[in-house]
Design a protein around this ligand. Structure first.
Ligand code: GTP
Ligand code: MG
Length: 160
């Protein structure tokens, strides 16, 4: 049995949304920054306890504020990955408002928050982030691949 789930990747500019998809789907990383225009859709099927879950990954253009994200992209979504950049405070200082805004159109939709670019921060900053950000998040690195697959799989499980 295969089930299809639509997943949205959202967050500020340049936080690594496209890089996370590239790492998850193709096990590749590039230092080049090519900003996403509109939306790019990739897919990957994962096995969750014997169920094939085809994840349709909607990698949407970054926005400095979730109010600006066109709501049409969220229609019919089953799960959300909200990504911020662990090295840039402006990408998470407004996180609670951003998540509130998403929740307005996506009530009861499972979401996972990712603090990406973990390869660029040290233990001390990682600890500081936990005290600053009042939302559970997972540290990922699209560059090293650390925690990337596990994070997508966690979301896949939450969507079943
Ligand atoms: P927009 O499409 O503009 O919203 O950006 P995005 O969120 O898709 O970011 P993208 O994946 O294009 O990455 C932006 C830049 O950050 C690129 O130069 C990537 O190489 C770099 N980058 C992304 N993830 C990581 C990471 O985990 N570690 C490091 N060191 N660099 C990263
Ligand atoms: Mg992108």
């Amino acid at each position: 049995m295969e089930i299809v789930k639509k997943v949205i990747l959202t967050g500020h500019f340049g936080v690594g949304k496209s890089s996370l998809v590239k790492q998850f789907v193709f096990q590749k990383f590039s230092d080049q920054y090519l900003t996403t225009i509109g939306v790019k859709i990739d897919k990957k099927t994962v096995d969750i306890d014997g169920t094939s879950v085809k994840m349709m990954l909607w990698d949407i253009a970054g926005e400095s504020n979730m109010i600006k994200v066109p709501k049409k992209y969220f229609m019919g979504a089953h799960g959300i990955l909200y990504v911020f950049d662990a090295t840039r405070e402006e990408t998470y200082q407004n996180i609670e408002n951003d998540l509130f805004e998403i929740n307005k159109s996506m009530r009861d939709t499972p979401f996972v928050v990712l603090a990406n670019k973990a390869d660029l921060i040290d233990e001390k900053l990682a600890e500081t982030l936990k005290t600053k950000i009042n939302v559970p998040f997972r540290l990922t690195s699209a560059k090293s691949g650390d925690n990337v697959e596990a994070s997508f799989i966690e979301l896949a499980k939450n969507m079943l």
